[in-house]
Design a protein around this ligand. Sequence first.
Ligand code: SF4
Ligand code: SF4
Length: 448
Amino acid sequence: MNIFRRHPKTFAHGIHPPEHKDQTNSLPIRQFPFAPALIVPLKQHIGNAAVPVVREGQEVTRGQLIAEPDGFVSVALHAPSSGIVRRIGLAPSITGEMRPAIFIEPFPASTQERLEGEPCDVETATPSEIIQAVQQAGIVGLGGAGFPSHAKMQVPEGKFIDTLIINGAECEPYLTADHRVMLEQPQDVILGVRYLLKATAASKAIIGIEANKQDAADSLRAAIPDGAPITVEVLPVKFPQGAAEMLIKVLLGREKPTGARAADIHTLVFNVTSTSEIGRLLPHGAGLQERVITISGSAVRDKGNYRIAVGTPIRFVLEQVGLADDVSCVFLGGPMMGQALSSLDIPVMKDTLGVVALTERETGPLATRKEYACIRCAACVDACPMFLNPSQLGLLAKHGQFERMQDELHLSQCFECGSCTFVCPSHIPLVHDFRIAKAALWKARASA
Ligand code: SF4
Ligand code: SF4
């Protein structure tokens, strides 16, 4: 036995949910058809909503600017298809709130050629020109965070970044869109990394990928130019490896102090598909109007990874791929960190990672799933990657003691990975209760 074998890099705690990635990880990216009506929300990211620059009845060309950023923490929006702006008004969102959106009716017979603008050349552009180009391209964190990428690229005054982390972990079950992007578009990813390195003045970048995507790691390694300060690290499979905190720990051995930002410990983390879009769009001065999404789960007939126009209604997506009769629930994102949908009338957004539909055979009868009392087994404590005490947090949540959850048990450090809920034998919806507590605290502080 080789006792000197290097211990694999990983983080403490975490879980190993069934991956289900084999349903789509070998399926190449396919182009999805346009829906008869597209709903493009003005706010698809953290920060200010974009401001429309088109009017009702106006014809637009695919890729045309339709809304401009409102301030620095805001990004541009582009027409996902050529067509007519039918309406600017309210549309349903995942939270149940109605939010402003631009409704576009695509031209069915149009060539759908994409409008391009002023190219941004990685060799000649200055850091601030790259940051501005990313804002104008409308790129946000496509890994689900939805934070405007250009705002993250702007290194705060007095700070420096030594290492960029490119997040290709994609640890969420079912999802394989990042995997296919890395495998099929390695040149875009590497060019995107070069833009990021130049804009942030970081001296190197590490692309972190889980071992279940070895072919993607090989594809990226082959695309790295000789001498480029970019490396690919293959990590053991573990959930939630794709959380920024975990990757920083695993790849750099650094801990982010409570309340600190990644830049405070000299790093920034970018999702690999966001990085790929930077490499794909900036050389053409084009805007983000579509993204790669995994459509999977036991209830989906034509599973796959699709390039889908932003604004495509989820109802249309599911009609096209076909659903089993005994569909039990539909998640936007994956089953761990995604959200169960209560309405299919919301659109695909820039931060939509996937749509996962499961049958009742897989989920069991959700409506009648019984919640039992906590048996203090500590499985949730062992699972929590942030070393919180989900059991205690859950008890306080049940009694509405939200302030104590924050003051005594550091609720804000919970990034809602769902690991505690997954392992709980009593079926206590811990992460759901934590979200409610956080929302109540946020509301109370906003009105104080
Ligand atoms: S408490 Fe939060 S961070 Fe910890 S396992 Fe539960 S959801 Fe994840
Ligand atoms: S896993 Fe569930 S039952 Fe076990 S201690 Fe945590 S909350 Fe209680």
